[in-house]
Design a binder for this molecule. Structure first.
Ligand SMILES: Nc1ncnc2c1ncn2[C@@H]1O[C@H](COP(=O)(O)OP(=O)(O)OP(=O)(O)O)[C@@H](O)[C@H]1O
Length: 588
């Protein structure tokens, strides 16, 4: 738990004042609560007892009784309001801190590379940002608002009891070490089962996210039963871990009650004898018994929240795991601002792999600013990987990529990416209006600029037929649009970005022949000074390129103008001959 709290320590600094005041009020409450049994002692020893003595010289019983009742009301009222304010301040600080942590984890996930995200499951990561942070937050709130004051109360009462009668206190609390040991053992078991439960919960969330995202495949291939069976299996693991926690937790309360009852029996046994012997007054015994009862209350509260703690610790370990992952792609010290680049790009002996077989094996290619270069080659040749090195979606393993003669790693990542417009193979849209989806390209663009980009990318061709035009809402991940329509929105985005480097990764693969021709025409209307990389299979898309690089097996196997390559035998010539798709000598 301490380790978990340490994770949140840096975020506590902002709320130091609130935490300090909350803790001070909690201490004040403890001090006031220590006085709670004393009115009873006054009533017993100075009002009702046959051998009563005057209280501070006051003989009149009614006055003493009135004073005792007034004292009780003041003590209880004061303790209640101190309790209210300390709980409120400490809970507010805990909740705000966890909201901050959630934001930090969310941003941190955005900084981690595509390689990291490729190796993780979306559902599991979203569980870490949502319910894991919630569980950790529950733990912090409980630690601050419940545990800290209760621990202070225990220490305070123990101190007063020792002061009143040290030997009697030790007898009364003789069983406490056994209780602490039993609670500790159960907490260790709880922590282990909570860890398993959190892991299983992450897997359940991941399975649900994946399955819901693949609805068309599930229904088309009638995978409903197998998906349900897999889901049930994961749910069972989570259920088993949850049941084990419940079993351990159910032991807590009876354990505390039993220890408390045994201790009370011991106190009554010895206490009654001491009152009869005249060693202590009846009032003092009552204060003792009352303290003892109250002393076990915080221990009970502690055992009750140990489930929250076990779950919170397991959850905060998962949050910490994310925060401890160092972003692979980050700004180097003294990184430059990539502003107003001209757009020349150079690949120097570039090697890359995703952790297995090499994907790029020594690429050398210099592309001048303003040049349009087409990348063609068979599936899996490494074309998309090569272009994703430019905006540093991935980094080279060996060799370097230079933009405007400087290594891409010497620019600030964000500024470098703002100089690159990229149409990805997989056109992902957000749940927002068409216009807002286009505006992603340049958030500060005016409506007129968005409309112009939509016109150039032929978005208006279909948007005009929609009830709200560009203000029509798009379903999650663009589900309400066709593949070709999504591709056009994605191209409009890139046009709006107006960056010196434009990367089009199979921008027209989902378009029909007529739309493709119109789009290629539209793209050629863009200012000619931008450097354009176009990954394509269709000859019609690459005909306008200044040069073509043919990739195969992670190497450039042909390089030249479309005319030069068409004049030589090889994969490019095959395409020209067949008038189809450039593949490894294939055709469409
Ligand atoms: N995120 C990834 N993790 C692991 N391997 C990957 C990843 N992305 C691509 N690969 C592998 O890298 C190789 C090159 O992929 P890449 O997408 O660059 O090829 P491509 O030439 O663009 O193919 P296509 O024409 O089919 O789009 C492939 O063998 C692919 O399996």
């Amino acid at each position: 738990m301490i380790e978990a709290l340490r994770t949140f320590r840096p975020y506590a600094a902002r709320y130091r004042g609130m935490l300090l005041l909350g803790a001070l009020l909690a201490v004040a409450e403890v001090i006031v609560r220590l006085a709670e049994p004393w009115p009873l002692r006054i009533v017993v020893d100075h009002v009702v007892s046959p051998d009563r003595t005057p209280l501070a010289g006051i003989e009149n019983r009614s006055t003493v009784l009135l004073l005792a009742v007034a004292l009780l009301l003041v003590v209880v009222g004061l303790a209640a309001s101190l309790d209210y304010w300390s709980s409120r301040l400490l809970s507010t600080a805990g909740l705000r801190m966890s909201a901050d942590v959630r934001g930090v984890v969310f941003s941190h996930l955005h900084r981690l590379s595509l390689g990291f995200h490729g190796s993780q499951r979306v559902g599991d990561l979203s569980t870490r940002v949502t319910s894991d942070v919630d569980r950790a937050q529950d733990m912090i709130v409980q630690a601050l608002a419940v545990i800290a004051p209760n621990v202070m109360l225990v220490v305070g009462m123990f101190g007063v009891m020792l002061f009143m009668d040290p030997a009697f206190t030790l007898v009364a609390l003789a069983l406490t070490p056994f209780l602490v040991f039993a609670v500790h053992r159960s907490t260790v078991q709880l922590k282990a089962s909570s860890r398993r439960a959190r892991k299983a919960d992450g897997q359940v969330a991941a399975a649900a996210t994946e399955s819901l995202g693949l609805m068309s495949i599930v229904q088309l291939f009638t995978l409903e039963r197998s998906q349900r069976a897999r889901f049930d299996e994961l749910t069972r693991t989570s259920l088993d871990a949850g049941l084990e926690s419940a079993r351990v937790q159910a032991r807590f309360s009876p354990m505390v009650d039993l220890t408390a009852a045994l201790s009370a029996a011991v106190v009554l046994w010895f206490g009654a004898g001491r009152v009869i012997d005249g060693d202590i007054t009846l009032g003092a015994l009552l204060v003792f018994v009352s303290y003892l009862g109250t002393l076990y209350k915080p221990l009970k509260a502690l055992s009750r929240v140990s489930t929250t703690f076990a779950k919170g610790t397991a959850a905060s370990e998962r949050v910490q795991e994310v925060l401890a992952t160092v972003p692979e792609i980050r700004d180097s010290t003294g990184a430059l601002d990539a502003r107003r680049l001209r757009g020349s790009v150079e690949f120097c002996d570039v090697h890359f792999d995703y952790g297995g077989e090499p994907v790029l094996r020594g690429i050398d290619l210099a592309v001048a600013a303003g040049e349009t270069i087409a990348l063609v080659g068979p599936t899996g040749a490494g074309k998309s990987t090569l272009v994703s090195l430019i905006p540093r979606l991935v980094d080279t393993r060996r060799g370097c990529v230079r933009v405007d003669a400087l290594d891409v790693r010497s620019y600030r990542v964000e500024s470098l990416r703002s100089e690159v417009a990229m149409v990805l193979q997989d056109c992902v849209l957000m749940r927002a209006t068409l216009a807002d989806n286009i505006r992603v390209g340049r958030p500060c663009a005016t409506d007129a600029e968005v409309a112009r980009a939509a016109r150039l990318a032929l978005v208006d061709e279909f948007a005009d037929r929609l009830p709200d035009g560009l203000d029509t809402m798009v379903g999650e991940r663009g589900a309400s649009l066709s593949g070709g329509q999504r591709q056009r929105v994605s191209i409009a985005r890139a046009i709006l970005r107006d960056a010196p480097i434009l990367i089009l990764d199979e921008p027209t693969s989902a378009l029909d022949g007529r739309s493709e021709a119109a789009l290629v025409e539209a793209l050629s209307n863009l200012p000619a000074d931008r450097t354009t990389f176009i990954v394509a299979h269709r000859l019609s898309t690459i005909r306008r390129a200044d040069r073509v690089a043919v990739l195969d097996g992670g190497r450039i196997v042909q390089l030249g103008t479309p005319q030069e390559l068409a004049a030589r035998p090889g994969p490019f010539r095959d395409l020209a001959d067949h008038g189809g798709t450039v593949t490894a000598g294939g055709r469409s």
